[in-house]
Design a protein around this ligand. Sequence first.
Ligand code: SF4
Length: 265
Amino acid sequence: MAIMAMENGADKIRINPGNIGGTDKIKAVVDVARERNIPIRVGVNSGSLEKDLIEKYGGVTAEGIVESALDKVKIIEDLGYDNLVVSIKSSDVMMCVKAHELIAKQTNHPLHVGITESGTIFSGSIKSSIGLGLILNQGIGDTIRVSLTDDPVREIEAAKLILKTLGLRKGGIEVVSCPTCGRTRINLIDLAGKVEKMVSGYDLDLKLAVMGCVVNGPGEAKEADLGIAGGDGCGVLIKHGEIIKKVPEEELLDTLRYELDNWNE
Ligand code: SF4
């Protein structure tokens, strides 16, 4: 499963219903793709669906999106070229899911999956997680793109986490953290955010727990390889559920960093 950060690179040619023109123009594109031996990406976005398909299906629908994509696929196949990637997208998550379920039964071409125009990092990550989760968990999809109104680096981070959560990608540090409660005596929300940011730079495959208290923290962190649990102005370092040492709150982050820098398990 690959993550596509850049959608329109020189390694493929992109055809969308809104910009293809007639069959002659498609043939011109196919000729260039054949000459350079690069795939053509057939992309349909619900926002640019052809009028006749909107009328046929009584609005923008999953069926219309699929028919639009498969029409172009057939034109290109009839021109004797089958090095294709199909990308059908909608900002309507459930429409996107349905469209992928439909098209997966009708073509064997690779599918590039994503929820388009999904929004900011908060709403976009939720929509992308639900949409991609439902689609990928059915074994549908070959490459993915998470579209966020944010730094593209965050798109990659979100995409990696979606794949890791689905068990489709190994590696990277998974951070688990508690929701805080009346027992929390440290600024756990701030600390968990800093930990998450810090660990993104490590190429380690482990689970790290950031817990709010020493009453339940070590127990809840038992499944993690490494963890910290807050006390009152201090915290403890935990390895495989065992408390290793106590450190002042302001040193918890550095203590974790040291452990990660010297991790050799
Ligand atoms: S680990 Fe402690 S602070 Fe966090 S939710 Fe559980 S009891 Fe509350």
